[in-house]
Ligand binder design. Sequence first.
Ligand code: ADP
Length: 566
Amino acid sequence: MKPPRSIPSGEFPSRSTSASTPTDSRSREVVPLEEEHERLLALADVSSQIFWTSAGIEKSVGGLPGWMDFTGQPAEALRGRKWLDFVHSEDRPHVEQALARAFDERVAFSVSFRLRRSDGQYIWMMGRAVPLLDADGTVREWVGTSTNIHAFRLAEERASFLARAGELLSASLDYDATLAALARLPVPALADWCILDVLGPNGQFIRAQVVAADPSLEALVQEVRGLSPLPHAKSSYPPTVALVEGRASLVRDVTDELMRQAAQNAWHLSVMRRVGIRSLLTVPLLAHGHILGSLTLAASTSDRRYAEEDLRFAQELAHRAALSVDNARLYREAREAIRLRDEFLSIASHELKTPLTPLSLKLQSLERAAEAHPDSSLAPLVRSTVQAGRQQLRKLTTLMNGLLDVSLIVSGCLELRREEVDLRCVVREVVARLTPRAGKFQSPLVIEADAPVVGQWDRSRLEQVVTNLLDNALKYGAGSPVVVRVSVENGFARLSVRDKGIGIAPEQSRRIFERYARAVSERHYGGLGLGLYITRAIVEAEGGRVHVHSALGRGATFVVELPLRA
Ligand code: ADP
């Protein structure tokens, strides 16, 4: 802003400077006053700005046409401080403050405010003015401009609104929290009421959220919530239009007649009247070609009237919101599917395990019968069949136990019965049990343990850990020797199981500890991908950790570290 100029009374600047300042006379040519006046009027005419002066209508540039055109008021209505009546009530205090300061200090000012246009809409303006001073320093008049900065202000406000919306909407993957955040967003900045209708769990549209700017309207909010968004598909009710046809609606002025046309029934009409909708827009929430719901903004108490630009903005907001809502919906569905799967596996593993005990007893009595008749011609066949049956039963029991353990872990019910245990002893026992199996793989099992390693652990769970790691070392060890080492390091019991088999790619080395995660193809190696998951759960429940060092084709070393005391 330029500093205020002091200009002798009754003179235009160019005239005064050229006539009275000798130092400037060489560079300035005298311009006739009328010519200058005419030029000034023409400039005011072509400018998109509103020019004004406090000297009075008759002296102002062109008689204040800009002001009068804009406000639609006769010049008399804008005289003195009356123009302040056209400034938005929320902006009036800071405009008055800026004026008071400028008047006191006789300095130029610039202030932004909303000014009521002839159509009733408030438009953002930047007002600027400079005082013209008399020779004695008193203000002769103020000369100013008002520039329409509405588009710029709106773009700025909306960009920051969308940025905030993005943050809020991505803050959570929880479906209900996302819907609640979305419905709260436009109120009160863009609407007095916000209504959110979405696809419900059984494929029907439901009214999910209703928010009113006025907290005292809670009872009415509940009534609006009780209205169904889709009573009959042919309605002109904007949410229905959005949900059925995926079309947006803009009703700048909602009349009682329009409400009667859109109402689904008398109660609906009464609710709409009590809300007092004056202006309304509805946009569909569309994602991946599907209609997920609709967002309705309504103005009731405020003097806001929705226009095309508001509709475009709401569509942009709805576009972003729809993606967040869709993500939250997919996430909820995925979680629900996982929950159902876990529930099914838990029930199925219990049910499938039940017949295994009687089956085992049957095999036992068959074996006893064969022993009772050793000379029978069927005895060898019965014995080998029982042996094969036992083996399959053991496999099945291990699989079932694995599934049951997963249910325990997922539901947080894995319990440990701690006692004093020597890890070296546990390793020796498991190795002894697995030696026949190791023979089949032609993988010798080697124990490296110089001394007992005693701690407070759950013995049977520890056995399970050692068994899982050794089983894997045999399965994926490609016939290499498997070395099991037990030691104490830095106050922790350390168990390592090393093979020289197929190894694991580094990017898989964390993932293989997840549930059902496998790094080999099913065609080559059978398995459910549960052993390491259960191993990790047990080790972590004991307060320890498990990890692997490996590279593809270079074997693998699994390391378990356990605190000696719980
Ligand atoms: P499963 O053996 O049933 O697949 P696990 O949870 O025991 O389940 O193991 C998960 C995956 O980790 C295996 O599918 C395999 O890809 C990898 N894996 C485990 N142990 C070894 C090992 N010693 N060498 C190479 N890969 C292994």
